[in-house]
Design a protein around this ligand. Structure first.
Ligand SMILES: Nc1nc2c(ncn2[C@@H]2O[C@H](COP(=O)(O)OP(=O)(O)OP(=O)(O)O)[C@@H](O)[C@H]2O)c(=O)[nH]1
Ligand SMILES: [Mg+2]
Length: 318
C-alpha cells in the first residue's frame, strides 16, 4: 500500500527518492496516479520547460548536462527528463546519458530521470506530461526534456515544452534533414553544436538561409536565433541560456506562454480521456452488450457503424 499523501509531501520538499517513486508510478500507469495528480495540481505551473531535440549523437545529452551546470550557477533547481519512446525499459539506451550526467549525480538540487514510454497507453503524449508535473511540483525552476530517438517524437516533444531547442551538428547534412523532418518549424532556438569541427559556420549559414526562406514574419514575431556551441567544453552554453531567457520573456510578453500551456493541457486531457475510453472498450470484450451487437451485425440486423454508435453511447453514459 502506497501512502500517497506522504510521498507527495516528501516530493514537494524535494526529496529525490519520493520524486523518483512518483515518476515510477507514472511509468507504470499505477492506479494511485489519480490521487497523486490531484494532490500535485495546486503546486504545478512554476517550472519553465525546455525541450531538446535533434539527430542521434548531435550532443543533446552533453548540452543538457552543460545547461544543468549553467542553471545551477544561477541557483536554479533543475529537473532532467530523458524520454525514450522506442524502448519498453528504462536504462539501456540511456546508460550513456547517465555517464554524461555524472557531474550532477550528487547535487540535491538536480533531479535526473529517464523514462521509457513504449507500450504505454497513449505513449509519450500521456506519460511525459505527468512526469513533468511531478518535477514541477518538486520545485524545479527549469526542466530539460531530452527525447532519445528520432521521428515523430521530435515533433511531439515540441508540444510539451515552453521552449524547443533544435540541435544540429556540422557535416551531417543536418540542415536539410531538419527541413525534411519538419523540425525547422518547431525550433524556437537553434544550436549548432560541435562548433570545434569544420563546417559549423556553413551549417549555421545554411540554417539561417532556410529559416529566412520561411513565411514572412510580422513585426514583433519571434525570430529563432542560431547559437554555436562546443557543448563538450561548455562553450557557448551561456549564450544558449541567454537566448532561452529572451524567448521566455517573449513568450510571457505576448501571452504565448499561456497559449502554449493551455494547448498542452488540452492535449493532456484528450490523451487521458482516450486512454480511459480505450480501457473501457477493452473491458467490453467479455461483455454481453458487445457480444449481442456483434451477433446482430453478423445477422445483418445492424450495420457496424450503428453498432459502434450504440457502444460509444453506452460507454459515455458511465
Ligand atoms: N567534438 C565534439 N564532440 C561533442 C560535442 N558535444 C558532444 N560531443 C560528443 O558527441 C557524442 C554524442 O553526444 P551526446 O550528448 O550523447 O549526443 P545525444 O544527442 O545525446 O545522443 P543520443 O541521445 O544518442 O541521440 C559524444 O561522444 C560526445 O562527447 C562537441 O561540442 N564537440
Ligand atoms: Mg542523449
Amino acid at each position: 500500500m502506497i501512502d500517497v499523501a506522504t510521498l507527495v509531501e516528501q516530493a514537494r520538499q524535494g526529496r529525490p527518492r519520493a520524486v523518483a517513486r512518483l515518476i515510477t508510478l507514472v511509468e507504470n500507469a499505477a492506479p494511485e496516479l489519480r490521487e497523486v495528480m490531484a494532490a500535485l495540481a495546486p503546486y504545478t505551473g512554476q517550472a519553465y520547460t525546455i525541450g531538446l531535440t535533434g539527430s542521434p549523437g548531435v550532443g543533446k545529452s552533453t548540452s543538457t548536462s552543460a545547461l544543468v551546470s549553467a542553471y545551477r550557477r544561477l541557483g536554479k533547481r533543475v529537473g532532467v527528463l530523458a524520454v525514450d519512446p522506442s524502448s519498453p525499459f528504462s536504462g539501456g539506451a540511456l546508460l550513456g546519458d547517465r555517464v554524461r550526467m555524472q557531474d550532477h549525480a550528487t547535487d540535491p538540487e538536480v533531479f535526473i530521470r529517464s523514462m521509457a514510454t513504449r507500450g504505454h497507453l497513449g505513449g509519450l503524449s500521456w506519460a511525459a506530461p505527468q512526469a513533468l508535473r511531478v518535477l514541477d511540483a518538486a520545485g524545479c525552476d527549469v526542466i530539460l526534456v531530452e527525447t532519445v530517438g528520432v521521428g515523430q517524437s521530435e515533433v511531439e516533444i515540441a508540444a510539451q515544452a515552453d521552449t524547443t531547442v533544435v540541435l544540429l551538428a556540422p557535416g551531417m547534412g543536418d540542415g536539410i534533414q531538419a527541413a525534411k523532418a519538419g523540425i525547422l518549424e518547431i525550433g524556437d532556438l537553434f544550436v549548432v553544436n560541435k562548433a570545434d569541427r569544420d563546417g559549423a559556420d556553413a551549417t549555421a549559414r545554411e540554417l539561417n538561409h532556410m529559416l529566412g526562406l520561411g513565411e514572412a514574419r510580422e513585426p514583433g514575431d519571434w525570430r529563432p536565433p542560431i547559437v554555436k556551441t562546443v557543448a563538450a567544453r561548455g562553450e557557448g552554453v551561456d549564450e544558449v541560456v541567454e537566448a532561452l531567457e529572451k524567448h521566455r520573456a517573449w513568450l510571457e510578453e505576448h501571452g504565448e506562454l499561456a497559449v502554449r500551456r493551455r494547448r498542452r493541457a488540452a492535449d493532456e486531457i484528450e490523451a487521458i480521456a482516450l486512454a480511459e475510453l480505450r480501457a473501457r472498450i477493452g473491458d467490453l470484450h467479455g461483455d454481453r452488450h458487445l457480444a449481442g451487437l456483434a451477433e446482430r451485425v453478423v445477422a445483418g440486423e445492424l450495420d457496424p457503424y450503428g453498432a459502434a454508435d450504440e457502444l460509444v453511447a453506452g460507454l459515455t453514459r458511465g
